[in-house]
Structures are given as structure tokens and as C-alpha cells.
Design a protein around this ligand. Structure first.
Ligand code: AMP
Length: 499
């Protein structure tokens, strides 16, 4: 197929060519390409009838139902960006995001109550859809925003990364090529695994690489992910071929000896992104799945999922160095400002939704080597490049990855500081070797007793504002925060206190 079809056009062509093929399967149900295409059209039609002719994005709330994909497509076919929000998000954050998005209509596939908003299901919308001839000129294309994904923000409020239809299309041209190159016999698609919630951009990797190549997506809900035996059965039965997850999730699976090539003969490719891939994880997978390739990829949400990739080799495992994140894709360039990695090119986000200040701080205009003007993003990652391979060495700020989730420590601290009696708060990672095991918060609150119950009380209050994965495992009350000679909070000293 031509490479210049838009994302929506490609899905349309695939739905026409393979209407009965399963597009999406989870424990919540299945949808064929024909159903996905027709249902999303009816959703688009209802959205166009209902909403005034403005361009406000639509929040799509839920988890792993196939109706999520139908709703996403419905939005972009009605000329609107969608903003996926997972059920793991607490109500106060959802309200925050909904207010920022500014649309009184929310589509939800799971129960949601949010005063002041009209919440509707994709099925309801579908029934309303008049089914009249579709206005294709409405489809999101080029610089139109396709989706907005909110990530943790250092000041306590999440920020919405705005990805254009063009950036997504550019990313997918590369990701499909990467997959075709890695699969045996020049195959270019198959059964994909979806692990990440749709509110994380890692899910874009599997969802759209799959739907724009005619694959079948097997989506794993969080309950299933907690029951390894049932999950393995589901994956085997589905004939999973292309694995997309965080390395943390693969580690969890590796803990079970049943996770091996003999039991998963169809698995041919592991695609990782979102956090450091350790040599141990890569080596264990290569040993247990001799028939599969292990590919490390790297990139922030702000540059559409990933911009580098590399197939891990035995030779790389033997060096003293950490694994590379790979070579940069065509269309992107990575350069350095001091140690900081800067990504420029045709997948860099438009910016943060309705936040000029944060956008100006992280994004800028630059020129590629060939003189072409493009957007660039300051990643906050430190790294270096050798022989064309990029290596990530850490962060220059206070962003961490815990079990694959992107967290700004400042986000947790700001939310702690909003609680009465909390005067100072500092959240630090507790390490297990090189990996972060959990987060610990030091808190100065002289009016509290600092008992275990007080700690639990603060954690309960935090749970109302932050998703569970962001809640510190322990809260330690402290009389005075240690300071550096420059008068800054001495985070290293606090980290050292946990060792
Ligand atoms: P997210 O926006 O959630 O995808 O997180 C992006 C951040 O995750 C990057 O800026 C890196 O800090 C980290 N990251 C992503 N992929 C990798 C990788 N392969 N190796 C090391 N760190 C990574």
C-alpha cells in the first residue's frame, strides 16, 4: 500500500479489503474491521449532529473495550481530536483534564459520574448516528490534532501532549517498516499485544501499527495482567505474534517459567519502549524465545511514541556498556545541548494543549541537517551517541519511570503540599540495584504526630488526587529537611537515608 495514505484512509482500505478479520479483541469483546469502520462512522455522524461546529477535543474514558477504538476513530472522523483517559485516573484528575479539554460531552465505555458533563457511551452515540453520507472533509489530517495524551507535570497538574495526524502517520510509516524488517519472511503484520492503557502513548505503538497494517490487537485488561496463568492462556489462544510492552511488564512475565518459546511458538518479536531495557531482561528473553527478536526503542510522548530502534544482539549483551536505544528513524534527528538529548523532526508534538508557557519551555523551531524547518523538543534525557547508536544515561530533571509509568516527582510533591499541615515534601526513588523499586516521601508536618496512621492518612488523601501508581509506598515524617550548601533540598541525602 502507498505510504502517503492518512491513518484514517489506511484503516478504511483495510476494512474494505478484510471486513471480517478481527481488529480488536479483549475480554470485554471483539470487533471486526467492518464493525470498527461502520460503528465509528455512526459515532462520527452522531458527534457531528450533536456538537456545534467548533473544534473542541473529546475525552474518551474507559479501559480495554473494543469500543474505545471505535470511539477514537469516531472522533477523528468527526473532525475532533480525542483524549484517552484510563480508569486508573482518580476523579479529581479526570475533572481537571475535562475542564482543560473544555467539552461538555464525554464518551465513556466504563461507568463515570462527573457533575456538569454529559456522559454518553459509544453505543448510545452509534444508535443516534443518522448514517447519512459521511463528510470526509471533516477527517483529521495533516496538522489537525489526532490525539491529546496527558502526562505527569512537575507542578502538580498533568500536561496534554498534542499529536497531529501527520506526526502519527509519519511515526506509523516507520513503525510498520520496523516490524516488517524484524518479522521472519518479510511478513508485515499479525497478532499484536496491547499491554499499556490507552492513556499512555506506548499503546499508540500497538493500536495503530496494528490497525493500519490489518493485524489483530489482543488487548489485556489490568485484572488479566494480574493473573499470569489466565493471561498466558488468553495470549496463546489468540496466537500473539508481536509483543509491545514496557520492559517492566516483560519482567513480570519472566518471573513465570511458563513464559517461554515452547509455550508461545507464535511470538516472533518483542518491541520495548518507555523505560530502560536491562541486559538481564533482554538476555532472558533471547534465551527463552530463541525464535524471537528483541527490539529496544526510545522516545517521549512529545515525539510520538519512539524515534530510535535497535535489535539487541548477543554481542551487545557481552559489552560492559548499557544497551543502546538504537539508531534514529528517518525524519527525526537527535542532537545534544550539553548532555541533554534534543529530538527534532516530523513526529514532534504541536506542544502542550492550551499551555503556551510550558510549550515554549520545552519546544522550539529548528532546522534539520538538510535545512528544512521543523519542531524540536528538549527531552530532559541525558545521553550520548557512538557509531550512530544512541545511549540514554538518565534524566537531568526529576522525572522517573516506575513500572513503566512516567512520573514527575514534583507532581506528587505539589499535591502533598496542598494538604493542610504539610509544610515541606520531598519524594525520592528507592532503588533495587539500578531499578526503582518504589517511591518514598519525606514530609515535614510539625503539627502531625508522624505516626503510621498519619502516613496512611496522607496516602489516602493523595489517592483522591493522583493515580495509584503515583502514590509513595512509604511516608517518612522528618523534623528538618536536609539542605545542600546552595540551600536546596538535598535529595541525594534523603535517597541515601533509604539505602
Ligand atoms: P513517555 O513519554 O511515557 O514515553 O516517557 C518518555 C521517557 O521515558 C523518555 O524521555 C525516557 O526518559 C524514558 N524512556 C523511554 N524509552 C526508553 C528506553 N528505551 N530506554 C531508556 N529510557 C527510555
Amino acid at each position: 500500500m502507498r505510504t502517503d495514505y492518512s491513518v484514517i484512509e489506511r484503516i478504511e482500505r483495510i476494512a474494505a479489503a478484510y471486513p471480517e478479520r478481527t481488529a480488536f479483541k479483549s475480554r470485554a469483546g471483539e470487533m471486526s474491521y467492518r464493525q470498527l469502520w461502520e460503528r465509528s462512522q455512526q459515532i462520527a455522524s452522531a458527534l457531528s449532529d450533536r456538537l456545534a461546529r467548533d473544534e473542541r477535543p473529546v475525552m474518551v474514558y474507559g479501559h480495554k473495550s473494543p469500543w474505545m477504538a471505535a470511539a477514537f476513530l469516531g472522533c477523528v472522523r468527526a473532525g475532533r481530536a480525542y483524549c484517552p483517559v484510563d480508569v486508573s485516573m482518580p476523579e479529581s484528575r479526570i475533572r481537571d483534564i475535562a475542564a482543560r479539554i473544555g467539552n461538555p460531552l464525554i464518551i465513556a465505555t466504563e461507568p463515570l459520574a462527573l457533575a456538569g458533563y454529559e456522559i454518553t457511551t459509544p453505543k448510545q452515540l452509534m444508535q443516534e448516528g443518522s448514517g447519512r453520507c459521511e463528510d470526509r472533509s471533516l477527517w483529521q489530517r495533516d496538522e489537525d490534532t489526532f490525539y491529546i495524551i496527558f502526562t505527569s507535570g512537575s507542578t502538580g497538574k498533568p500536561k496534554g501532549v498534542e499529536i497531529s495526524a501527520r506526526s502519527l502517520q509519519n511515526f506509523l510509516t516507520w513503525s510498520r517498516g520496523l516490524i516488517a524488517e524484524a518479522l521472519p519472511g518479510g511478513e508485515s503484520t499479525g497478532v499484536f499485544i496491547n499491554q499499556a492503557p490507552f492513556s499512555f502513548d506506548l499503546s499508540v505503538f500497538d493500536l495503530y501499527s496494528c490497525l493500519t497494517s490489518g493485524g489483530t490487537l489482543i488487548s489485556l485488561d489490568k485484572e488479566l495482567q494480574g493473573d499470569t496463568a489466565a493471561m498466558f492462556a488468553f495470549l496463546r489462544e489468540g496466537g500473539a505474534r508481536i509483543w509491545v510492552s514496557t520492559p517492566s511488564f516483560a519482567d513480570m512475565c519472566l518471573a513465570d517459567p511458563a513464559f517461554c518459546g515452547d509455550n508461545f511458538a507464535a511470538l516472533k518479536l518483542f518491541l520495548f519502549c518507555g523505560e530502560r531495557l536491562s541486559k538481564e531482561t533482554a538476555a532472558a528473553l533471547m534465551e527463552r524465545f530463541p525464535q524471537a527478536r528483541v527490539v529496544n526503542t526510545y522516545g517521549p510522548t512529545e515525539s510520538t511514541v519512539a524515534v530510535t530502534a535497535v535489535t539487541i544482539t548477543e554481542e551487545m549483551l557481552r559489552t560492559d556498556e548499557a544497551l543502546p536505544v538504537g539508531r534514529v528513524r528517518e525524519g527525526s534527528e537527535i542532537f545534544f545541548d550539553g548532555e541533554e538529548m534534543i529530538i527534532a523532526g516530523d513526529t514532534v508534538a504541536k506542544g502542550y494543549f492550551k499551555d503556551r508557557q510550558k510549550t515554549a519551555a520545552a519546544f522550539f523551531e529548528t532546522e534539520l541537517k538538510d535545512g528544512q524547518k521543523t519542531r524540536a523538543y528538549r527531552t530532559g534525557d541525558s545521553g550520548y551517541c557512538r557509531d550512530g547508536y544512541y545511549y540514554c544515561t538518565g534524566r537531568i530533571d526529576l522525572q522517573v519511570k516506575l513500572h513503566g509509568y512516567r512520573i514527575e516527582l514534583g507532581d506528587i510533591e505539589s499535591n502533598l503540599l496542598e494538604i493542610p499541615h504539610v509544610q515541606q515534601a520531598c519524594v525520592v526513588p528507592r532503588y533495587d540495584g539500578e531499578r526503582i523499586r518504589n517511591l518514598v516521601s519525606f514530609v515535614k508536618a510539625p503539627e502531625m504526630d508522624g505516626t503510621f496512621r498519619d502516613g496512611r492518612f496522607l496516602r489516602e488523601l493523595l489517592k483522591e488526587k493522583l493515580p495509584k501508581y503515583m502514590i509513595p509506598k512509604n511516608i517518612i515524617f522528618i523534623d528538618e529537611m536536609p539542605m545542600t550548601v546552595n540551600g536546596k533540598l538535598d535529595r541525594k541525602k534523603l535517597e541515601g537515608m533509604l539505602a
